[in-house]
Structures are given as structure tokens and as C-alpha cells.
Design a protein around this ligand. Structure first.
Ligand code: NAD
Length: 254
């Protein structure tokens, strides 16, 4: 894909989709800065990935973005791409969600991505680099038990379009991917909750959840990672401001 030697930041890279993205980009020859809250969780990954570096940061903290960009520039001397993947929003009944739940969801995924992109913008202008935001299908098709995630993901999509408009004239490429239901720990939690709520086995809960969503199966993190690698490559050089659903056909609207 022509990603050899590119310096890329991937947030939320200690597990799930972020880890798969970091692994896939490293296999393509990119040098990857993996960001998560603690380096402990990142150590196993960075040991496997040549040229990678682990950066510990709580991206809900306002100062974290500048520190992550500074640490990456110190290590690689340049920045070619930023993948904003870290995110965790609480599901549940709207009336049971607190102000703190809402603030926490926005602090990490929307404000975290916004601050990192702002701190990365100048080095990305220099490299004519790219921002790739991981949003989520819930932002296009909101549902009652995913009010925070839906609102945050819709915000991430809007930010993608707005920054694509800014990046157009200076050569910073900004796109987003909307994963569907991907088999990560987050999804296992959802399956366990469904099993408990309906008094069924995990297998039955898993099948019922997939059927509810209208999909044949859950996706694998690598199936998101491969699309991300393509979108960051020159093979996708005219794609700009796009929001790409990678969801096994779950989204049925335009
Ligand atoms: P995950 O919970 O498996 O991993 C989240 C990652 O973010 C971890 O590496 C974690 O350490 C990191 N993280 C959490 N809080 C952080 C903080 N405060 N500071 C820095 N890093 C922090 O998540 P996942 O399922 O792989 O999801 C990744 C992204 O994809 C999220 O933005 C999520 O909303 C989105 N998404 C996931 C699915 C899915 O089905 N898994 C579907 C749609 C969208």
C-alpha cells in the first residue's frame, strides 16, 4: 500500500479495533505510535511491532493531546497520519444516564479526537498527511439505548466533514470509518448484558443480537483495520471527507 516508513498515531491501540489497526499498519511497514491510558497494556503489542512506540495518555485530559504529538515528533521527527480510534460511551436507558456519563463519553471520543487533530494539524500540513476518525454506525442510525454513543459518533462525522473542508486547500486528508458490530471486548459486554436481560445462553444472545441488527455475523477488528490501511494509502488518494460504513450491511439508509 505504500505505507512503508510512514509515522502514524493510533489511539486506543491496546486492544480491539485500535490494536488491529496498529498491527495492520505495522505489517504494511508503517512506524506506529500506539496510544492508550497505560503503557502496560501496550507493551505486548509494541514488542511485536518493529519501529513502534507506546505512549501512555488519558485522552480525556486537556493536556494529553499536545504531549502525544510532542512524543511522536520526538521519536519519528514527522507525522504522516493520525487515527482517532479511542472511544468508550455508556449504553443504557436514557433516563438512567447521568451528566457524568455524557461528559465522559464526549471528553474522550469527541474532545479527545478534536484536541489531537488540532495539535497534529501543523505537522500533518507539513507532510500532507491524513486524519482518519473511527466513528460508528450508531451515529447514522441512532437507537434508544445508545444515546451518548449516537450523539458522539454523529459529532465525529460532522467534525470529519468540517475538517475535510479545512484540509482541502492545505493537503490534509480527512476521512472517517463507521464500524458496525465488531467482535471486541466491548461487544462481548453487550452480549453478556443481552444474555442476562433475556435469561438465555451467550450463544443464543449472540445470535439474537446479530439477528436484531440484521447482519449475518459480527465483524472482526482486522476487517476494519484493512479498510483503514487502504484509506490511509495513496490507493485512496482522491477520497476526502468520506464517511465509510464497514458494517456487514447493517446500515440500510443512504
Ligand atoms: P475497546 O474498548 O476494545 O478499546 C478501546 C481502546 O481505547 C482501548 O485501547 C483503551 O485503552 C482505549 N481508551 C479507553 N479510554 C481511554 C482514555 N481515556 N484515554 C486513552 N485511551 C483510552 O474498543 P473497540 O470496541 O475496539 O472500539 C474502538 C472504537 O471503535 C471506539 O471509538 C468505538 O466507539 C468504535 N466502535 C466500535 C464498535 C464495536 O462494535 N466494537 C462499533 C462501532 C464503533
Amino acid at each position: 500500500l505504500g505505507l512503508e516508513g510512514k509515522a502514524v498515531i493510533v489511539t486506543g491501540a491496546s486492544r480491539g479495533i485500535g490494536r488491529a489497526i496498529a498491527q495492520t499498519l505495522a505489517l504494511e511497514g508503517a512506524r506506529v505510535a500506539l496510544v492508550a491510558r497505560s503503557t502496560d497494556a501496550l507493551e505486548a503489542s509494541t514488542r511485536e511491532l518493529p519501529g513502534s512506540v507506546a505512549i501512555a495518555a488519558d485522552l480525556r485530559e486537556p493536556d494529553a493531546a499536545e504531549q502525544v504529538i510532542a512524543a511522536t515528533l520526538e521519536r519519528y521527527g514527522r507525522l504522516d497520519a493520525l487515527v482517532n480510534n479511542a472511544g468508550a460511551t455508556k449504553r443504557g436507558d436514557f433516563l438512567a444516564l447521568t451528566d457524568a456519563d455524557w461528559a465522559d463519553g464526549f471528553a474522550l471520543k469527541l474532545f479527545g479526537a478534536m484536541r489531537l487533530t488540532r495539535a497534529a494539524w501543523s505537522p500533518l500540513e507539513q507532510s500532507r498527511g491524513a486524519v482518519l476518525n473511527i466513528a460508528g454506525v450508531g451515529g447514522r442510525t441512532p437507537s434508544a439505548e445508545f444515546t451518548i454513543g449516537a450523539s458522539v459518533n454523529a459529532g465525529v462525522m460532522a467534525l470529519t466533514k468540517a475538517l475535510a473542508d479545512r484540509g482541502r486547500s492545505v493537503g490534509v486528508w480527512v476521512n472517517a470509518v463507521n464500524p458496525g458490530a465488531i467482535a471486541t471486548e466491548r461487544l462481548q459486554t453487550r452480549i453478556r448484558a443481552h444474555a442476562q436481560a433475556h435469561g438465555v445462553t451467550l450463544e443464543a444472545a449472540s445470535s439474537a443480537l446479530a439477528a436484531d441488527l440484521g447482519i449475518a455475523r459480527f465483524g472482526a477488528p482486522e476487517e476494519i483495520a484493512r479498510v483503514v490501511a487502504f484509506l490511509l494509502s495513496d490507493a485512496a488518494s482522491y477520497l476526502h471527507g468520506a464517511v465509510v460504513d464497514v458494517d456487514g450491511g447493517q446500515t440500510r439508509t443512504l
